[in-house]
Design a protein around this ligand. Structure first.
Ligand SMILES: O=c1[nH]c(=O)c2[nH]c(=O)[nH]c2[nH]1
Length: 244
């Protein structure tokens, strides 16, 4: 029986990077974990054991280290684009590159006498990540992610008038505690304009918190998780033309 491989990729998972920028005594850090996944133009490596086209996952790891050393770490999205461009330019038999990046949530320590020059603490409010994918001959596609944003409010939330049949046990709640963990993923529309990925990520986080919490006095009413989610998505799309 002959079988066909419909899709495949292989690569190095979660390569750790810690990059320190030293501006005199003031240091800035970025810590990322990077996955690279390559798809080659032939399946001979899988089907006949011919390794001659394989770019070893160890070489992929070294590539991530080298590009980080030579170019520094700006934003995860820009580094993902750089890796896609590099793999496609360096190896003519690579047809598709997929890069995943997770950023560790380090924040500068606020000492009693001000922001610390070189000491940091993990503040895991929400985790940032991205995916960048590029096929040979095509524009790259960039997705950003926000994960694990845990929120809770003690009023201004109800859930009533949902399907009432023999499977329902949940009573109507006119005033309930609303708590959830928010994950968001969005795609940047390709444009010639340079995207400020840091600012966009922060703007999405702000929109989520604004539509969840509302103003400090009085808050904002939520008839359901679904409606709050929808209004958040509308606000992001209205505010950020870069997101599509
Ligand atoms: O806002 C809500 N939406 C639901 O779909 C749902 N389902 C549930 O049990 N509680 C809630 N709350």
């Amino acid at each position: 029986m002959a079988y066909q491989i419909v899709d495949s990729n292989y690569g190095k998972n979660w390569v750790k990077l810690l990059h320190v920028t030293r501006n005199g005594p003031e240091h800035t850090i970025r810590e990322w974990e990077v996955c690279s996944e390559l798809t080659l133009d032939s399946k001979d490596d899988y089907m006949s054991g011919d390794n001659s086209a394989i770019i070893a996952t160890d070489s992929q790891k070294n590539t991530i280290y080298l590009l980080a050393k030579n170019h520094g770490l700006t934003t995860p999205e820009e580094f993902g684009l750089l890796l896609c461009r590099h793999f496609l330019a360096q190896y003519s038999h690579v047809n598709r590159v997929n890069i995943l990046i997770k950023q560790h949530p380090w924040s500068r320590i606020q000492a009693a006498d001000g922001p610390h020059e070189h000491a940091f603490v993990t503040v895991r409010e929400a985790e940032r990540g991205c995916q960048v994918r590029q096929l040979r001959g095509q524009q790259a596609t960039v997705w950003a992610e926000l994960n694990g944003l845990q929120v809770l409010k003690t009023t201004q939330s109800s859930f009533v008038n949902f399907v009432n049949d023999e499977y329902r046990s949940l009573p109507d709640a006119q005033d309930r505690v609303f708590s959830t963990v928010v994950s968001a993923r969005w795609r940047y529309v390709c444009s010639q304009r340079l995207v400020d990925y840091d600012a966009c990520w922060s703007a999405v986080r702000e929109a989520i918190l604004e539509l969840f919490a509302g103003p400090a006095r009085g808050g904002i009413f939520s008839p359901s998780v679904q409606n709050t989610l929808y209004l958040t998505q509308v606000r992001v799309l209205n505010r950020l033309p870069e997101v599509g």
